[in-house]
Design a protein around this ligand. Structure first.
Ligand SMILES: [Zn+2]
Ligand SMILES: [Zn+2]
Length: 248
């Protein structure tokens, strides 16, 4: 982008930026896989299950921001799918696409090498496609590769929930992208399905790492990260990794 040109992505994402927060580095008090808060363990419980499910080869989870329950980013991540008003859904989808654009513009080299990005279809539709299609950068990299099989268990780790065409993924590096990371059951199941078909999944990029204030370690983590400025030039991969709780 030429200097002085208006930055459309920054302008469109602006309503979300007050709620965007950096991701804590893995280490004491922070899950080594999904970057949520943990007490006394290296990984949170769902990620520990994922370690077994994925035979210890868990892709790197790269959230763009923490998404605190009830705050504007969380609101957008739900609203782009669920709001009753199509105009509101569309506006949120554009804001989330612009936030994604800001990330991918700066940090594609943090994720490379890869051959394609793909989304994970949810129970009834492929909602995140609406965001991907509003970002030129993501559209260029995007290929729909996963199909729902109808196997049940939204919150369970199960590769059989998705079918993948082997000829489309074999030997290729696929980045999974999704809106929100909560337990990871969806993206980890999809990663396993792609691997079962011969593909490689090294990174899962999500817009929001969902977190709520309901217990003390999470509330402390939110407060610590709220105090740190969000910097578009840094992501959890390339940020200087000082342990969050160093010096406590
Ligand atoms: Zn975790
Ligand atoms: Zn980066």
């Amino acid at each position: 982008m030429a200097s002085g040109a208006p930055d459309n992505a920054l302008r469109i994402a602006a309503p979300l930026l007050g709620a965007v927060m950096p991701i804590p580095a893995r280490g004491a008090g922070v899950c080594g896989i999904c970057h949520s808060s943990v007490e006394g363990y290296e990984h949170c419980f769902p990620c520990n299950q994922a370690l077994h499910f994925l035979q210890r080869e868990v892709p790197k989870v790269v959230p763009i921001s923490l998404a605190v329950e009830g705050e504007q980013l969380h609101h957008a991540l739900k609203g782009y799918k669920d709001d009753r008003d199509a105009v509101v859904r569309d506006r949120f989808a554009y804001q989330l696409a612009a936030l994604s654009e800001l990330f991918w513009r700066r940090h594609v080299t943090c994720i490379e090498p890869f051959d394609a990005i793909t989304t994970v279809p949810s129970s009834d539709r492929n909602a995140f496609e609406a965001v991907v299609q509003r970002s030129h950068r993501l559209t260029d990299l995007y290929q729909p590769l996963l199909t729902r099989t109808g196997a049940s268990g939204t919150h369970q780790l199960n590769a059989a929930k998705y079918s993948v065409a082997r000829d489309k993924v074999e030997g290729r590096r696929i980045v999974l992208v999704d809106d929100t990371f909560t337990s990871g059951a969806t993206v980890f199941s999809a990663a396993r399905a792609i691997r079962n078909a011969g593909g490689l999944v090294d990174h899962i990029v999500v817009i929001g790492r969902y977190i709520k204030r309901s217990h003390r370690p999470s509330a402390d983590l939110i407060d610590r990260m709220r105090a740190e400025p969000w910097d578009v030039t840094e992501c959890v991969c390339c940020r200087p990794q000082t342990s969050l709780f160093a010096g406590w």
